[in-house]
Design a protein around this ligand. Structure first.
Ligand code: 5GP
Length: 179
């Protein structure tokens, strides 16, 4: 087996995959109902929102387009760096379109406050936020996500796109690390 068996932190399932899938289906139907037959531009934040985006985009019937933005707000691991910067910009114009920012989790709200202001300058018709998870107890900036999958307590979670030092993004369940 070799000696690559370093101790792994334990994982506890917080939200199992079937609940996540059912909730995303609901969100998709709700979003389509809110926008009628208009095209919806999903803007996903790399990398954490990728898995949520791919399921959410398929849960919204009708015209859906998507693009990606890279925002760095956390360093490796659990500690916030306090820094927000764009690491990859959009390839498309947002002028006059209906934008839904797709994010993995709203924590302090620093990232989404920054991003919402940035995208507003590009004159979309509307901007809303879809977040798979919301940790309202940690909020430093008043962010309102219209579409929220699950509100969770102040615990560090991984899985379904969310990482710990780049690991665990591929888990199908949302888990709490190390307890
Ligand atoms: P905010 O700017 O709202 O504090 O941070 C949002 C970002 O912090 C998320 O997109 C995510 O990358 C990271 N983050 C916040 N809470 C967690 C968490 O519990 N687990 C993981 N893996 N990342 C988190």
């Amino acid at each position: 087996m070799g000696d690559s068996t370093a101790a792994q932190p334990s994982l506890r399932v917080l939200i199992p995959r079937d609940r996540i899938q059912a909730r995303i289906e609901e969100l998709g139907r709700q979003i389509r109902a809110d926008y009628g037959d208009k095209p919806i531009y999903l803007i996903a934040i790399l990398k954490g929102a990728c898995i949520f985006l791919s399921d959410l985009a398929r849960a919204i019937p009708g015209s859906v387009r998507f693009d990606f933005m890279g925002i760095s707000s956390y360093g490796r691991g659990k500690t916030p760096s306090g820094e927000v910067k764009v690491t990859k910009d959009l390839d498309v114009s947002l002028e006059g379109v209906d934008v839904v920012i797709v994010e993995d989790i709203v924590d302090t709200g620093v990232t989404l406050t920054y991003l919402t202001h940035l995208l507003q300058q590009r004159r979309p018709r509307s901007i809303q936020i879809a977040a798979l998870l919301d940790k309202p107890s940690r909020r430093l900036r008043p962010v309102h996500a219209k579409y929220v999958g699950f509100t969770i307590p102040d615990e560090f979670v991984v899985g379904f796109g969310l990482d710990f030092a780049e690991d665990y993004r591929n888990l199908s369940d949302i888990c709490v690390v190390g307890d």
